[in-house]
Write a protein that binds this ligand. Structure first.
Ligand SMILES: Cc1ncc(COP(=O)(O)O)c(C=O)c1O
Length: 442
């Protein structure tokens, strides 16, 4: 709140499609899908109708000792999207809780199988998995973590496959291989104590849209199998088509899509309800399910939230899956992405920027350090708002993650306004950047 003078809160009154309207009637393009949750635009009619219908029937019932058809249908339809390999679904209501569930379920499954020493976790440098204590423990972003450090678990941090680390002549695949060597070294030493590796497939989002080669996923899967360690794919940000496939993980699969190529757990949230209601879930494989199959309560997996698997949220998620089933959402996204990428090319050539990158419906670039004054994020955000774009830079990284409603005209407009905002917010020369007044970044 201390920053509100210089960066007033945006008071949003209503929203339609990709547009947010503030209380004064000014409209902004939601270039970040309301923190990556909104897939088909705000107030999307099909999802709204599904929620209204469910509202008249059953707004909520506990998911303990009771069940309801939207949850059952959602679990079945998601499982089918993994060819039935991850055939079990545990519900919660937000992303961090899904991560807590996957971590607990992994360690508890090992315990039930007599491996009580497997209680440690491995995570990647620059990863983000949420901000409850367990999820924060496997997050590696200092600004969120430092104040709570004494309260946290002590995971093993391994090299990220972030392609920006490529040396001269090195490919993104070679960076991935380098990172796999580090993972292999750790597992070779410590696998008997390690329950699971957790990672964000293909894009480490909150860490600065760090993109990487799918070879890392294939290699990590093989190592986890070799060393008897679970693999948790946190698809909370990258799932539901964001990277170009429904699950980002699919881009690592071979032609046969064998069960062994899939992760042991997939966490989903954010886009699964199209950005309408909070919902999360953890998909898991049969052997994990079997580890809990017992009449003894202590062997069961106990993790409850009051609104886990809320029927309204599940009905919104079913409407989201209907969109994917009825129309070629991914093919259309790919076409529109190529058009927006084309329009962004001149901006990507700006010498003040580096590491332009794109995957699916995510575009990002970094401002070179010498042009990134401490208040760069705030300046850029406010210039973008003047141009009718809502963005939220992460440190030096500027990104677009719009809803899947782009048109060629809209893409041309977004690229033009973003370029203008960047031009106005960044200094023409690095010398000026360092004279800019200092303030916290967004
Ligand atoms: C990869 C990833 N995991 C977990 C979370 C936490 O989700 P939530 O904010 O719903 O707790 C996020 C949120 O940004 C995320 O990006």
């Amino acid at each position: 709140m201390a920053l509100a003078d210089s960066m007033p809160l945006l008071a949003i009154d209503h929203a339609q499609g990709p547009w947010l309207f503030d209380v004064d009637g000014k409209r902004y393009f939601d270039a970040i899908s309301s923190w990556w949750v909104n897939l088909f635009g705000h107030s999307e009619p099909r999802i709204s109708a599904a929620i209204s219908e469910q509202l008249a029937r059953l707004p909520h019932i506990l998911l303990a000792g009771c069940t309801h058809s939207p949850a059952v249908e959602l679990a079945e339809r998601l499982s089918l999207r993994t060819q039935g390999v991850l055939g079990h679904c545990f519900f919660a209501s937000d992303g961090a809780s899904a991560v807590e569930i996957a971590l607990k379920m992994s360690a508890h499954a090992w315990r039930n199988q007599g491996q009580t020493g497997k209680t440690e976790f491995v995570c990647l440098h620059g990863g983000y998995h949420g901000e409850t204590l367990g999820a924060l423990s496997v997050t590696d972003i200092a600004v969120f973590k430092d104040a709570y450090d004494p309260l946290l678990l002590r995971p093993h941090l391994v090299m990220s496959p972030d392609a920006r680390q490529a040396g001269a002549g090195e490919t993104s695949e070679q960076v991935a291989q380098r990172a796999l060597v580090k993972l292999e070294q750790l597992l070779g030493l410590r696998a008997d104590r390690i329950a699971a590796l957790i990672l964000e497939p293909l894009v480490q989002a909150a860490g600065g849209m760090a993109m990487y080669h799918p070879a890392y996923l294939r290699g990590a899967r093989a190592l986890c199998t070799q060393f008897d360690v679970h693999l948790i794919a946190d698809e909370i940000a990258v799932g539901c088509g964001r990277t170009g496939s429904f699950f980002a993980w699919e881009q690592s699969l071979g032609d046969k899509q064998a069960s062994a190529e899939w992760p042991d757990f997939i966490c989903l949230s954010k886009g699964i309800t199209g950005g309408f209601l909070p919902l999360s879930l953890v998909l898991s494989k049969e052997d994990v399910f079997q580890a809990f199959w017992s009449r003894e309560t202590a062997k069961g997996f106990l993790h409850s939230h009051s609104y886990s698997g809320n029927p309204l949220a599940c009905s919104a998620a079913l409407a989201v899956l209907d969109h994917f089933d009825d129309r070629d959402v991914l093919g259309n996204n790919a076409q529109q992405a190529a058009i927006l990428s084309g329009h962004l090319q001149p901006l990507f050539l700006d010498e003040r920027l580096e590491h332009p990158r794109q995957m699916g419906s995510i575009w990002a670039f970094d401002v070179r350090p010498e042009y990134a004054a401490p208040d760069m994020g705030a300046r850029l955000r406010s210039r973008a708002l003047e141009h009718g774009l809502m963005i939220r830079p992460i440190g030096r990284t500027v990104y677009l993650m719009p809803p899947y409603v782009l048109t060629p005209e809209l893409s041309a407009w977004v690229a033009r306004e973003l370029s203008a905002a960047v031009d106005e917010a960044l200094p023409a020369s690095p010398a000026y950047a360092h004279r800019a007044p200092s303030a916290a970044t967004a």
